[in-house]
Design a protein around this ligand. Structure first.
Ligand SMILES: Nc1ncnc2c1ncn2[C@@H]1O[C@H](COP(=O)(O)OP(=O)(O)OP(=O)(O)O)[C@@H](O)[C@H]1O
Ligand SMILES: [Mg+2]
Length: 181
């Protein structure tokens, strides 16, 4: 599975820019922690970090999913720390702060290990479903999990497209205003 995500090049900041996906840029905050900020493309080869309300909401959603998985011991997800504003560049940006994972990503391992990692991921998806968390459609994208060869363990990341079915049910439920019962 080939993934072609361009390198999002931002001006030099006090935090090292580690990697990016199609939505988020990940910065190293300390030897233990990273922060994910959502970006947008403004024109060719020009990107900017987002600090709008929607990006805060998206990262809070991602944090909440990660926290639920973490508390239920599913997916060996990074320890979530929280969502806070991080002052970098010329502004401050909503940032999902979490544990820094230094293992190789699914797209950096050999195809035998990738097979193992994919099967483990599928098993973790099953456990997540049992607690009402529906994995995002990109969960099997090898850029969205790390693999620990020694422990034969996967560590899932990137929960932006996951759904908390219990929360969704609760939010979607409509209470009629004037029910005659
Ligand atoms: N906790 C972490 N520790 C180390 N690296 C991380 C961590 N979280 C993310 N990364 C790196 O940053 C990359 C982008 O993060 P992530 O997948 O969350 O962003 P995204 O833009 O939502 O991805 P996508 O392109 O799948 O939508 C990851 O592929 C990974 O290499
Ligand atoms: Mg990703």
């Amino acid at each position: 599975m080939a993934i072609n995500v361009p390198w999002v090049k931002l001006p030099q900041t006090k935090y090292e820019q580690l990697r990016n996906g199609k939505r988020g840029v990940v910065f190293k905050l300390s030897p233990q922690y990273v922060g994910k900020i959502i970006y947008r493309q403004v024109r060719e080869n020009k990107y900017e970090l987002r600090h709008d309300k929607e990006s805060l909401e998206e990262l809070t959603h991602e944090h909440n999913i990660c926290e639920k998985l973490y508390k239920n011991n599913i997916g060996n997800v990074p320890k979530p720390i929280g969502v806070d504003r991080l002052g970098i560049l010329e502004s401050s940006y909503p940032t999902f702060i979490m544990e820094y994972i230094t293992l190789p990503r699914g797209d950096e391992i050999n195809h035998v290990d990738l097979g193992k990692a994919t099967r483990l991921t599928i098993s973790e998806i099953g456990k997540a479903t049992d607690i009402g968390l529906l994995a995002g459609k990109d969960v099997l994208n090898p850029a969205n999990f790390f693999y620990d060869t020694e422990k034969n363990q996967v560590r899932l990341i990137d929960f932006g497209r996951w759904t908390d079915l219990l929360k969704k049910y609760h939010d979607d439920e409509e209470y009629p205003q004037d029910r005659n019962i």
